[in-house]
Design a protein. Sequence first.
Lengths: 300, 239
Amino acid sequence: MVNGVQFSTLFQQIINGLSLGSVYALIAVGYSLVYSILSFSNFAHGGFLVVGGYICYGLLMGKGFNIWIASLGALVGAGFVAALTERLAYKPIRERTSMTLYLLIASMGVSIVIENLFVIVVGGRFRALPQNTFPSALFSLGGNVTVSAFDIFSLVIAVTFLGGLQLFLSRTRWGLAIRAAACDLRTAGLMGVNVSLLIAIVFFVAGLLAAVGGIFLSVRYTLYPQLGGITTKAFVAAVIGGLGSLPGAVVGSLILGLAEMLTAGFISSQMRDLVVFSMLVIMLLVKPAGFFGKQIGDKI
Amino acid sequence: MKVLLEARDLHVSYGAIKALQGFSLSLNEREIVSVIGANGAGKSTFMSAVMGMVKCDRGEVFLDGKKLPPKSFLVVQGGLSLAPEGRKVFAPLTVLENLEIGAFSRAGHGDVKKDMEWVFSLFPRLKERVRQHAGTLSGGEQQMLAIGRALMARPRVLLLDEPSLGLAPIIIRDIFAELKRINEEGVSILLVEQNARQALLLSRRTYVLQTGRLLKEGLSKDLLTDPEIKAAYLGTKGK
């Protein structure tokens, strides 16, 4: 009987872990995509997630749109905010220097600006999307195993978006250009690619994916201006998987989601973050480039 | 002969360093012109300036009498295409994808498939390796890919920055033979080289660049026997 209980906990926590991990993956992939093109950690990425969450909340609660339209508005809105951020905050720096450190510092500034903009405009209190926004029923898979429909739903949606991104990158003309630019941005410009437009597209896609994550996170937890802080987990996932690598970001996110949920299920939910950051430290000691990281150094 | 490409009085500086100090060049239709010079003479800077990759302090570049815009992607759309120094193939992409990205500027225009067959006829080794990642190719094959990739843009002028760099003499000979063939099919070529002998043998006219300024220009066959050039760039004593 004890074994049966443990098994059902294990099974449930794996589902929970994959679901949470897939949401991390949406955030980590966008962050990694930007990193692969411009080689800097965009700390404002969490801000895009918050923008998405609030647009969705506003359209749903304030304007009375249904969840699909509200979500669509959130995705497009966050995409535009991301592209606009690049245009206003990063482009002027990119055009003056090739030192990516300045971009990193600017992104920290943008992150603070976005967070406080929400504190001022909508207030710092916690908001919750209504319970029935997404399917949330619990159903039993026999024995003691129960799964929440929301977990399955968010997993399916996340996988759909990640699959869509994969198709975009592998099958389209701009997808090919983005992969080339990830390898060498300057040379991509020599191929007749409008690099400014390419960077705008990359930020739009990153913002859009972050918004999907933001909506799910605001259902799973609640929505507040500092929700973007959860992006730290996605950064950790991206580092574990290998900075700049998209498959790495997905694998790292799933590992992280599973580790968190298994820790919560079998040890204590207070230990979650301890485990996450221990994994980061161990990874940096053992394999600093991550599982799928770019090789450092050029072949001459 | 009609002038196709013309650079007028280009000045480029990197901070306090003046890399180009008033260099002018013209390229006629269907001609091969080379620019030779030592390391740091400003050859690559000149190519970057023509391609709109660096900002010129002064001077302009004209194609067919029309001023070229200062953005690389517009220059490529205008009909110039560069195989850059150090080849710069996209290592994680396949040979096929490298060629496809070369045709980015003309998606929907013309027959990309046909041009790819043309590139394969010039460099059959690329066809054998079409599914391989570009990073796994040898140096010579990567250079062929860089040239093929540049040709996929269907340029009117093909610009080559040090195509012989780091390659074995026999490979250099092969590649230069193909350049001649490419030119015979109607593509004008602007070649920048440290390997002065190969450049002089291939081109019709040559400009000699020294610390950002023109040292000499003339027909390549005359420069081959010029005592000063022989001593400084060909490593043989002028008689």
